[in-house]
Each structure stands twice: as C-alpha cells, then as structure tokens.
Design a protein around this ligand. Structure first.
Ligand code: ZN
Length: 249
C-alpha cells in the first residue's frame, strides 16, 4: 500500500489541491496512493480553512491528526502561546469555521499508531507542540518511541532523523527529491509543510510512503502562490502571511 503523507496544510487550498494533482498525475504508480495520513494543522494562517477541512475529509482511508493550530481554533490552546500574526489568524479562523468543521476537528486524535508507525503532529514526547529540528531533540524522542517509525510535522521542514537499533545517537537522515529512502528502524520522518514551507523553498512539500517496498519519498511541487496571497489579503489576514509564502519561511 502507498500512503500519501501530508502535514501543515494551514488553510492553503491551492497548495493542497496542487499536491493532490501532483501525486495523482505526475507520477507513474497506479494507483498513486491508497491511503492518506495527515499529521495536523489543517488550518491557521491561510485563507481557506473550511474548504481545506472539507477536501481532506474526502481523501481515501484517511487518518488525520489534530495540530496546535487546529487546537487554537477550537480554543483548546490559549492564544497567548502564539505570536501576533498567528493569533490574528487563529481569531479570524475561529470566526469563519463552520460548526460542522469545528466538530470534525474536535473529533481528531493527537496520536495514532498504525502498523510500525506512530503518527503525531509534533513529537512522541509532546504530540502537539515540540520542534524536532536537531539530533539531540530527536534522541530524546527516540528514547520514548515504541514503534519502529514515527511520522512528525509541525516544523514545516522536511527534516528526518534515524537512529539504528543499538546506536546511542541519531543522525540527520538525508532525503533527496526523487530518490526514495529505504526504511530501517528507527526513523523519525517529516514530510514538510503543504501550505507554508519554512526551508526557504516555497514549493509545497509532501511525501509518499510505500509500505510494501519500505520506502519514503520526499516530493515538492510548485503551486500558484499569488492566488493564495490575494485571498489572504482579501480576508484581512496579516500581510506578512502572504509575503512569507513567496520566500518559503
Ligand atoms: Zn504548522
């Protein structure tokens, strides 16, 4: 089975649709994916919270987690934990979210185990809010990881880590576009962000996990950023949220 792994859509419908087109049309596998694992933060920052939730809900064999921005929109996290832009976006998101989409978000788990994989938004230690950006933080989380693999989002950067069984320290797992990584226990894999990449590469980021072959393939795709920027400004959301999409931060 092939699994489309996405995270941090952040209410960017154009990026989400482009990812679904890319995985469906631009790659040879048939079917391109049979399941979707979404690691949270469907909303927050972007202008399309309701359409993004509604589209995600239609995806096949979906496992979807809740992220910190989803929780903020539900008033489950105090907005004081966010910077000003994120706060303004969360307040706006709350004001437009339909009751149906709100109750869908409320139903989402913060952690799921499936086969050899633990799925969380942030980390095994803190499923909702921790940035795994370095081997030291990865090590602390590998110590707590009970499955062979962990899929994480939250950082908006497709950084992955591996720690071979019996080894004390983890290393950065290099992932090259178009060159699938062979899975070997233990690994912590991050698909990057669909709707707001933060590695100075503005292309939407996602991954395809092939459970039969045991591979993880990182992918990027160009989408129409200007279209999203127009909607951000039209909604009265902070201009910085529009500008950052071009630069990828
Ligand atoms: Zn996020």
């Amino acid at each position: 089975m092939r699994v489309l792994v996405i995270s941090d859509i952040h209410a960017n419908l154009t990026a989400l649709k482009t990812v679904l087109e890319d995985v469906g049309e631009n790659h040879a596998e048939n079917p391109p994916y049979e399941a979707v694992w979404c690691l949270g933060d469907l909303i927050g920052y972007g202008p399309d919270p309701n359409p993004c939730i509604e589209l995600v809900r239609t995806l096949p064999n979906l496992i979807c987690l809740i992220g910190n921005h989803d929780q903020a929109a539900l008033d489950l996290i105090p907005l004081s934990r966010f910077n000003e832009d994120a706060r303004l976006s969360a307040t706006w998101t709350r004001s437009v979210l339909t009751p149906e989409n709100e109750s869908y978000l409320r139903s989402l788990p913060s952690q799921v185990e499936v086969d050899a994989f633990t799925l969380v938004h942030a980390s095994p230690r803190f499923p909702i809010w921790e940035y795994v950006l370095d081997p030291y933080t990865a090590d602390q989380n590998f110590d707590l990881l009970e499955t062979d693999y962990c899929l994480i989002g939250h950082t908006h950067i497709a950084l992955s880590f591996s720690r071979a069984i019996g080894k004390e320290h983890s290393v950065l797992q290099t992932t090259q576009l178009g060159d699938p990584v062979k899975l070997a226990p233990k690994m912590m894999l991050n698909p990057g962000s669909v709707g707001q990449p933060r590695d100075m590469d503005p292309r939407a980021s996602y991954a395809v996990l092939d459970l039969e072959r045991g591979t993880w393939e990182a992918r990027r795709v160009v989408y129409d950023i200007e279209e999203v920027q127009e909607r951000i400004l039209k909604a009265g959301l902070p201009e910085r949220q529009a500008l950052r999409l071009f630069a990828g931060w």
